[in-house]
Design a binder for this molecule. Structure first.
Ligand code: ACM
Ligand code: ZN
Length: 607
């Protein structure tokens, strides 16, 4: 008994020390749990308590929008709203239109909070403030005192979602935009058309949504399994307007993408006369590089595309329209008399120049409507259209070439920013990835200013973007698994000054953010605990030190090869284990506060 009591006393003492340490860390430590890291921040002693007696003070037109967002955040998480008032114990929200775009100052002291910026800046300052709230209802709300001055590094901070290969309903798109905006991303690139489906109502061409938006079945991984479930859907123009408004309230611009000349098999299945061969075609059920393509020698193709763009352009206030341009195989054009006639009539050298003719012609039309085009880096081939912005996806080469030519660039290199790549090499436990291995740390390490460009040329890089292609991602849970936590790394690449980037520090800030995502029910990939790959082996013993990367999570482990999710022991400190004749076989799972378990992670010794 005495012995057990002693252990309890020692444990309580340790708990007190740890409580003290974590309390002091949140008050005077180096890091507040903010992602993306702000440009400048100073942590001050003390905290400010928000209670129902706290009031909101407004200054400047538009500040009331931030107040409404703050109140809806408070109401849904803590069950109360704040009234307008004056004096101390207040949150002041002030619009200052003269500051640099999207910037804000957030000053929290013991008497109150001041948040000041332009309209977007106030929105971003509010996101920062929300990240300083304790996660979970029923908590006393103590916000640590701090002084933050913040502004984005890049103007274009994008995420692309492919709704062509998998149709996501409106409510998911709203959640997607909410999360983007919370992490200070501001461009939703809406990939609306694909071989696998056309997703936007065009009144002049009803078969786009009657036929091209539907397929009979889907093959959703390399194994060749088909689900035999009809799949499809589309957004009406009214829904598009609703989403554009919804995004704008969150300072997110939507850039629509209408793919051409390739990735158009869904269209061609509804309107086969727009192809080189005349069809017939069906909307494909599996992912592969399709050969079918809009005929570049047929003027009715341009009439069709101009009609479509004429309905698209008024729906989107964005300055840019994305016209695709990627992966356009030239086989059909080589064999098509109309295409060959066009090459001759226009004095073009080959099919690459024919693609360039195609994009130039569309660019001219889009420009005539007061908009600019963005295209994937293949639009460089055969000659870049004069005002085009290049989205570099096959690595950075296209972006470098375009910046050299004085064109705007958005860096979205596949090796760093394709979130359909797998996050781990453990194929048995991961959802199917489409190609390479892209773990969180590699994403985080991406630096868009390449040394292959001069600092002056780097100014053509307008921003960065991650892309989620959905050939193998056929549910919202898997989409979220692929998006998170990698989107948090993207957010820091896009927003934070390069000098503030530090992966170790990011891992200190990540647990609070992942706890918030867990509380919101997001099915992010639960990272391996910190230390899982650094087990030191000495004199026949393994020393294991683990830290979950989600606040409030627990780690369970086994040493006999069995499943830690069912038979694991709770890990509660450093472990020192004698090695068996089999060596090391320690497996663990991370269990979140919500009860969701991670994959089983096998610990690896350092060599
Ligand atoms: C692309 O990944 N085909 C742009
Ligand atoms: Zn043709």
């Amino acid at each position: 008994m005495t012995h057990i009591r002693q252990i309890i006393v020692v444990k309580s003492f340790i708990t007190i020390i740890f409580t003290f340490l974590s309390f002091s860390a949140s008050v005077s430590g180096q890091t507040l749990p903010l992602i993306p890291a702000p440009a400048e921040q100073e942590i001050l002693p003390g905290s400010f308590s928000i209670t129902p007696a706290t009031t909101i003070r407004l200054q400047g037109a538009g500040a009331e929008k931030t107040a409404a967002l703050l109140n809806s955040f408070l109401e849904s998480n803590y069950g109360f709203k704040l009234k307008y008032g004056s004096g101390k114990n207040s949150i002041r929200l002030e619009i200052d239109a003269k500051v640099s775009p999207e910037s804000y100052a957030l000053i929290i002291n013991r008497d109150g909070i001041l948040l000041k910026g332009d309209a977007a800046g106030l929105f971003y300052g509010l996101q920062t403030l929300q990240q300083l709230f304790p996660v979970g209802a029923g908590n006393d709300i103590h916000i640590p005192c701090t002084k933050i001055h913040d502004q984005p590094r890049f103007a274009h901070r994008g995420m692309m979602l492919d709704v062509g290969r998998y149709f996501f309903p409106m409510d998911y798109l709203k959640e997607f935009i909410d999360r983007m905006a919370h992490y200070k991303l501001n461009v939703f690139h809406w990939h609306l058309t694909e071989d696998g489906g056309w997703r936007i109502e065009i009144k002049k061409y009803p078969d786009l949504t009657r036929k091209a938006a539907w397929r009979n079945s889907t093959q959703y991984n390399y194994a060749g399994l088909q689900d035999r479930i009809p799949h499809g859907g589309f957004y009406t123009q009214e829904q598009v307007k609703e989403l554009v408004r919804y995004a704008a309230e969150r300072h997110v611009t939507i850039i629509p993408e209408i793919e051409m000349p390739g990735h158009s098999l869904a269209v061609l299945s509804a309107y086969p006369g727009l192809s080189c061969t005349g069809g017939p075609f069906a909307v494909p059920i599996y992912w592969r590089l399709q050969q079918e393509i809009f005929c570049a020698g047929n003027d009715s193709v341009f009439t069709f595309l101009e009609d479509v763009l004429s309905e698209i352009i008024p729906l989107f206030p964005s300055k840019y329209i994305h016209i695709g341009g990627d992966e356009a195989p030239k086989k059909r054009w080589e064999a098509c008399t109309k295409c060959q006639d066009r090459i001759r009539a226009e004095g073009l050298k080959d099919e690459h120049e024919l693609q360039s003719y195609f994009i130039h012609r569309i660019e001219k039309f889009v420009n005539s409507k007061g908009k600019q085009i963005i295209g994937w880096d293949e639009i460089l081939e055969g000659g870049l259209a004069p005002n085009a912005t290049v989205m570099s996806w096959r690595g950075e080469a296209g972006g470098i070439e375009a910046a050299n030519m004085g064109h705007g660039v958005i860096m979205a290199p596949d090796v760093y920013l394709y979130f359909d790549y797998a996050q781990s090499l453990d194929k048995d436990n991961e959802p199917a990835g489409i190609g390479r291995h892209l773990p969180l740390e590699k994403v985080y390490g991406y630096e868009p200013y390449t040394p292959k460009l001069t600092p002056e040329q780097c100014t053509y890089i307008k921003g960065v973007q991650a892309n989620l292609w959905t050939a193998f991602i056929q549910s919202r849970n898997v989409a979220e698994y692929m998006l998170f936590p990698r989107t948090l790394a993207l957010s820091e690449i896009a927003w934070s000054p390069a000098s503030k980037k530090d992966y170790k520090d990011f891992l200190e800030r990540l647990p609070a953010r992942l706890a918030a995502l867990d509380a919101a029910g997001v099915t992010f990939r639960i990272p391996e605990p910190d230390g899982w790959d650094k087990v030191s082996i000495e004199n026949g013993y393994a020393t294991i030190q683990l830290r979950p990367l989600v606040e409030g999570a627990k780690i369970y482990y086994t040493t006999d090869g069995s499943d830690p999710a069912t038979t694991g022991k709770l890990y509660d400190g450093t472990l020192r284990l004698p090695l068996t004749f089999k060596g090391l076989d320690v497996r663990c799972v991370v269990t979140l506060p919500s009860g969701r378990n991670s994959n089983v992670y096998k610990l690896t010794p350092v060599e």
